[in-house]
Design a protein. Structure first.
Length: 309
């Protein structure tokens, strides 16, 4: 077992029309739930760390948690920086042992995004690390991400081709209608599959990434609300849309909100039904189990990567 890059992982996915889950980690229980699911399913695995996770758990703790999970499970794991805001944080993660980093220059003008991404690519590639970048803006709110619907911009296929050529980036996160957070659509869910097909046509050898791709599973929203939560009208990306996207070189699907909902629902249930409980193991354990079950569902029924390790 080892920390690996996503290069060969993505090549296999592109040739077989399945996608790989990139799951955000914040603490031990989340890491364990995800890794246990991937081991049981014999699935390729990307664990990713956001700016918010780095601030909450501290980088050294997260790195050692993932190292421990790798040793315990015997799995090869991609350790990825999610939404790196600048060159310095990407460099720090490369130096710390991450095998994949994302530089998010989508908030900048096109030429500045190219300049920044190229800078990160040159440093990361010199250290054997792969780079993901983003072109276009996703609406919604997530860790270190806050973009209004008015400012959200779908990815231009011609710009995508120019961007990949000029930066040498290994994978590209695109905007086709997904968004961060639990409230992804106000009306009917919509992804621009025509645009996705055009992007695939322009950059046929580049793995594509969907951010904001949680499905906001109704069972967990309902459980949260049943046990004292207040998450009305939450709506995510339908799972059949994710499966369809995987047929268009979408090799990496980012999942964070679904993890949060699964864990929170399980914890709320335990504490509501057992108000005298104060042993963290008694509610964090069910939270971990809920994450494992949800991740297994994604691997088997949505991403199609079960048995693809």
């Amino acid at each position: 077992m080892a920390f690996i890059t996503s290069k060969e992982m993505f090549e296999r996915a592109m040739n077989s029309d399945y996608a790989i889950g990139a799951f955000n980690v914040n603490d031990m229980e989340i890491v364990q739930g995800i890794v246990d699911a991937a081991k049981e399913e014999q699935a390729p695995l990307i664990l990713q760390v956001s700016a918010g996770a780095r601030e909450y758990a501290k980088p050294a703790y997260l790195l050692k948690l993932v190292e421990a999970a790798m040793l315990d499970s015997g799995l090869d794991i991609v350790l990825h920086l999610d939404h790196g805001a600048d060159f310095e944080i990407c460099k720090k993660c490369v130096d710390d042992g991450f095998t994949s980093v994302m530089i998010d220059g989508s908030k900048y003008p096109f030429e500045e995004n190219i300049r920044l991404t190229k800078q990160v690519v040159e440093y990361a590639h010199a250290h054997g690390v792969v780079v993901e970048a983003e072109l276009g803006k996703l609406a919604g709110v997530g860790d270190a991400v806050s973009v209004s619907e008015r400012d959200a911009k779908f990815t231009d296929p011609d710009q995508a081709a120019e961007f990949v050529e000029k930066t040498g980036v290994d994978s590209l996160a695109i905007a086709i209608g997904t968004s961060h957070g639990a409230y992804k659509f106000k009306g009917d869910p919509y992804l621009d599959f025509e645009r996705l097909a055009e992007i695939e046509k322009r950059i046929p050898k580049t793995p594509l990434v969907l951010h904001g791709a949680s499905s906001v599973l109704k069972e967990f929203v309902d459980m949260c609300n049943q046990y004292g939560g207040n998450i009305p009208g939450a709506q995510g990306v339908p799972e059949d849309m994710i499966r369809k996207a995987a047929a268009h070189h979408v090799c990496k699907v980012n999942i964070d909100t679904d993890l949060r909902l699964a864990m929170t629902a399980a914890i709320r249930k335990v504490l509501t039904e057992n108000p005298a409980e104060f042993d963290p193991r008694k509610y964090l354990g069910p939270g971990r189990a809920a994450i494992k079950g949800m991740v297994q569902h994604k691997i088997r029924n949505v991403l199609g990567c079960s048995g693809k390790r």
